[in-house]
Write a protein that binds this ligand. Structure first.
Ligand SMILES: [Zn+2]
Ligand SMILES: [Zn+2]
Length: 177
């Protein structure tokens, strides 16, 4: 994998396209709670950058096979995340060093800008999170897990009755809490 960095000093008023290929294993889930667990195939990314007045515009599009975890049954399923995005970076003069780049949206984190370099994997990561549906479900009708026995009700039967007296049952209950 080549360097996934764009130097913002290279950006002029002329639209410039950059193509990147993120290999299948590029994604590292942000802890066990991350809904996106990985990708089923490499992710092709095209970013277009140009200056517009005081701003640098970053355009891009995403589509592709993310593997997400279902909120209900916790199984992985293929999630087709499609998103076109446009991010504006504002240049503000800062003394001798010339320009300093910062985001205009205050609530966005600047994780993908390091100095005057744009970290491609990081901006894509952020856009993937923004494209995530509010609820991550393997299907609308997902039956989820039984809160009692933990059975995945899409593929197996609830075991609550049969194991109510079994010690493993109370252990599972503890795990849930
Ligand atoms: Zn599910
Ligand atoms: Zn059950």
């Amino acid at each position: 994998m080549g360097p996934m960095i764009i130097n913002l000093r290279d950006i002029s008023e002329n639209y410039r396209a950059y193509d990147f290929q993120l290999e299948k294993d590029w994604w590292h889930p942000d802890g066990p709670g991350d809904q996106i667990r990985g990708f089923s195939r490499p992710l092709s990314v095209r970013l277009g950058l140009y200056k517009a007045g005081e701003k640098i515009v970053v355009e891009g599009s995403l589509s592709e096979g993310a593997l997400a975890r279902c909120d209900r049954c916790l199984e992985l399923y293929p999630l087709d995340l499609s998103s076109n995005f446009k991010v504006f970076l504002a240049s503000t003069p800062s003394g001798e060093d010339g320009e300093e780049i910062e985001l205009t949206e205050e609530d966005m984190e600047l994780d993908f800008i390091k100095g005057e370099e744009l970290d491609v994997a990081e901006i894509i990561r952020q856009q993937i999170y923004l494209a995530l549906p509010m609820k991550s479900l393997c299907s609308e009708g997902c039956l989820g897990l039984c809160p009692g026995c933990g059975a995945n009700l899409n593929v197996e039967k609830c075991r609550c009755k049969e194991c109510a007296g079994h010690p493993a049952f109370s252990k599972l209950r503890e795990l849930k809490i």
